[in-house]
Design a protein around this ligand. Structure first.
Ligand SMILES: Nc1ncnc2c1ncn2[C@@H]1O[C@H](COP(=O)(O)OP(=O)(O)OP(=O)(O)O)[C@@H](O)[C@H]1O
Length: 767
């Protein structure tokens, strides 16, 4: 099908001598100069069917033309509060510039968001080109509408050209079309070099870029929320002249809000709003004529002040004219989306429905996903500082575990109160060691204790050692009773019962500071190990079988893992999972809040992007970041920690990436639900710690109350951590009962968070 692209006609390049107006295009008569095979603006508009008898003839007043947008009895309120829009009627003729005026807070932006399908009306109907504003297949929201929000709504990390490319590709324009349009708008709006970053532009320059971005796809409908704020009067004139031409030549329908009343003189229709109601819809000339004022500003101010609907001198016919008279005639087909029987069904300008096959729809989604992913990449790469943190911090956290959990505790000071022999006696009796001597057993035993772990400090009295424990200097103390060696010998050799006094005098009493369990366990293990070795050695030196002294419970080689005190193997896999899950929560959550609060997200939705497309684009971008994080984590685990991955490294890696995606989808949910970045950070942190504590990373799940155990098992980190340990340390495959549940939990949470986000957007936010 043939279509047109547009350029400035030759006179537009004429430069005036006036310095201020230098090179400002004198006229922007749009001239069709090239035919392409792609469907473009004109074709999209011409495809519309005028359903009114006789159509909208060139000569007839555009005020009375067929409506592009019709609002009838619209009521809208937020959170069951006072109505922001109440019984509002509006009719935007096709191919006209419609200026929406009203005091601050009267509901202009709310009305625009309802027209664009971003907000739901509570009562009444809004029809855009004869279709339901929220559900239609005419590409609105989509490529058939250009939207400029009140905020700048551009990515500060982008250059001007990249911003144009982004919006052009969201709307499905080709690169060549975008380049031509970029050059055109640079000239028209006196934009700086296209390579300049948005963050380096002045406020006015940013607004002009934002304006151009809304027009880059030549949409038949333009919704511009205060586009001329902060723009100098000359460029403002240019903008208005361009909009006039778009409306008259290309039949673009333009809705523009502004607080500069005089500039609205150039509009075809002015709608004046007050406290959520449409007071009048008239041409500028009619507005003046119907007031006691000679200027438009005076007429509008008069209206604002009176708050009354302007009475037409000819019996309210004017308003009737505006809203209804053009509607005479043709009936359209009634459909489910049609409003109740009313003039809405007639006199509307209907846009051809997009006839897309499923494949074409998917192709368009693919194009948008590509644009969104590209945008995410640029934003990510331009925030290199944050990116680098995000990439290496999970690995750094695993590294912290590796270096801190690697060593047994050393130099633990333990008091010795040896009532059998003091330290100098013990020193002098070293020769009896390993000579089958049953004298000074206390001294012999102490020699077997690992002196790297335990450092003995001798005391005369138990009270002194206890005082040292209280002061925090000692970890505990051991008391050897007098004649312990003799009593022990009697106990062992008697073969029958012995006196309590003999028994009591044959045991060593130890008391420890048990507040630090890891330390007290390490001490006890060391002291018991020394006792075991000492007894075996003593028996051997007496030509006895050393096994006599061994406990009848013996541990063979471990089935999995090793027998020494090393928490790294247990902790590393879980910490890796938890940390790779946490970062995307904060990064995506805060980025999304940023995008929403800056109006970028709204712009993106108006351009036709679907929530699921945004999800996929974030997942695609996040994948590379997670991939890099995963590689670094594995390098730390394998190379620095020397932990051997017994099972499939790919399975472990996949689990790690899934955990990152789980965090990403939760981040998207938080970004959707939270109002500020601080909310995201607080929520993410408050969830992070319970997640760590309850998932068995620090304290085993088996050590928790039974009720809690069933709850923690469905948390997003518990079963995946167990799966990771089973793959890494035990070498289990995917189908093992301790592996696949971890994958299943993560997939469940990803889908669950996505579903919650979509539901929130659909049922709560749009209300
Ligand atoms: N999400 C929201 N929740 C609650 N109230 C809202 C919300 N958005 C807007 N409002 C309220 O609705 C009213 C209309 O707001 P709106 O932004 O539509 O006004 P406006 O006419 O565009 O104002 P301005 O000219 O200052 O941009 C205001 O009182 C505003 O506080």
């Amino acid at each position: 099908m043939a279509s047109h692209t547009w350029k400035l006609s030759s006179d537009t390049h004429t430069c005036s001598n006036d310095k201020n107006q230098n090179c400002i295009p004198q006229s922007f008569r749009l001239t069709s100069f090239e035919e392409t095979q792609n469907q473009s603006h004109n074709e999209r508009v011409n495809n519309a069917q005028i359903l009114m008898a006789g159509g909208d003839s060139e000569g007839s007043s555009r005020l009375e033309g067929n409506a592009a947008i019709v609002c009838q009895n619209v009521k809208k309120w937020y959170n069951k509060g006072k109505p922001v829009l109440s019984d509002l009627n509006m009719r935007v003729p096709c191919g006209s510039v419609y200026a929406l005026l009203g005091s601050s807070g009267c509901g202009k932006t709310t009305l625009l968001s309802c027209i664009l399908g971003m907000s739901r009306v509570n009562e009444g109907s809004i029809f855009v080109y004869g279709e339901n504003a929220r559900i239609n297949n005419i590409g609105i929201p989509g490529r058939n509408v250009g939207f400029m929000p009140q905020q700048i709504s551009l990515y500060p990390e982008f250059t001007i050209q990249e911003s144009f490319n982004y919006f052009a590709s969201l709307g499905g324009s080709t690169n060549n079309q975008c380049v031509a349009k970029s050059e055109f708008f640079t000239l028209l709006l006196k934009l700086p070099s296209l390579n300049r970053k948005i963050s380096t532009l002045s406020g006015g320059e940013q607004r002009r870029v934002s304006f151009a971005a809304a027009l880059i796809n030549e949409p038949p409908l333009l919704v511009l929320d205060e586009p001329t704020v902060g723009i100098d009067p000359i460029v403002r004139q240019t903008i208005w002249r361009y909009l006039e031409d778009l409306a008259s030549i290309k039949r673009t329908s333009v809705i523009i809000t502004t607080h500069y009343i005089e500039e609205a003189r150039r509009a075809n229709v002015i709608g004046v709003m007050r406290q959520g109601k449409m007071l009048v819809e008239l041409t500028p000339q009619q507005l003046i004529e119907n007031s006691n004022s000679t200027s438009l500003e005076g007429a509008v101010l008069q209206l604002f002040k009176s708050g009354l609907e302007l009475q037409d001198r000819s019996g309210d016919k004017t308003r009737q004219n505006v809203c209804n008279s053009a509607c005479a005639g043709v009936e359209t087909q009634e459909s489910e989306s049609d409003p109740p029987k009313s003039n809405l069904k007639t006199g509307v300008y209907r846009m051809a429905k997009l006839k897309r096959t499923k494949a074409e729809g998917l192709k368009q989604s693919g194009t948008r996903i590509k644009a969104l992913t590209y945008k995410n990449f640029i934003v990510m790469i331009r925030n290199i500082f944050l990116l680098s943190f995000a990439i290496w911090i999970p690995a750094a956290e695993v590294f912290t575990v590796v270096i801190t959990y690697d060593f047994n505790p050393t130099n633990l000071k333990v008091g010795i109160i040896n009532q059998e022999a003091n330290s100098s006696v013990c020193d002098s009796k070293r020769s009896i060691q390993r000579n089958c001597s049953f004298e000074y057993l206390s001294c012999q035993y102490l020699e077997f204790v690992d002196h790297d772990t335990v450092e003995f400090v001798h005391f005369e009295l138990a009270q002194d050692a206890e005082a040292a424990v209280h002061s925090g200097w000692l970890k505990g103390y051991l008391v050897f009773p007098p004649d312990i060696s003799q009593n022990l010998f009697d106990l062992v050799s008697s073969g029958s019962s012995v006196d309590d006094s003999v028994y009591n005098s044959s045991i060593v009493i130890g008391r420890f500071d048990e507040t630090d369990k890891a330390i007290s366990i390490a001490l006890k293990v060391t002291l018991f190990k020394a006792l075991d070795e000492f007894i075996s050695t003593l028996l051997l030196s007496c030509d006895l079988d050393p096994r006599i002294g061994k406990s009848s419970l013996q541990y063979a080689l471990p089935l999995y893992g090793n027998s020494y005190l090393d928490f790294r193997d247990y902790t590393c896999p879980s910490v890796a999972l938890a940390s790779i899950m946490t970062f995307p929560i904060i990064i995506l959550g805060t980025r999304l809040v940023d995008e929403r609060n800056s109006g970028m997200l709204a712009r993106c939705f108006v351009a036709g992007a679907q929530t699921w497309e945004i999800f996929i684009s974030y997942f695609l971008t996040e994948f590379w970041s997670l991939f890099a994080q995963g590689i670094l984590i594995f390098m730390v685990t394998l190379v620095i920690a020397g932990i051997k991955i017994v099972g499939s490294i790919w399975l472990a890696f996949t689990l790690l990436i899934l955990s990152g995606f789980c965090g990403s989808s939760f981040g998207i949910l938080l970004g959707t639900v939270c109002r500020t970045k601080l909310d995201v950070a607080i929520l993410a942190m408050s969830i992070f710690f319970p997640n760590i504590f309850l998932s068995g990373i620090i304290w085993p799940v088996e050590g928790m109350p039974e009720v809690l155990q069933s709850i923690v098992n469905i948390l997003p980190c518990t079963l995946p951590a167990e799966s990771m340990r089973s793959i890494v340390l035990r070498g289990f495959g995917f189908f093992h009962g301790r592996v696949w549940p971890g994958f299943a939990v993560l997939v469940f949470y990803i889908l669950f968070y996505c579903a919650l986000t979509v539901s929130y957007k659909k049922f709560i936010k749009r209300k």
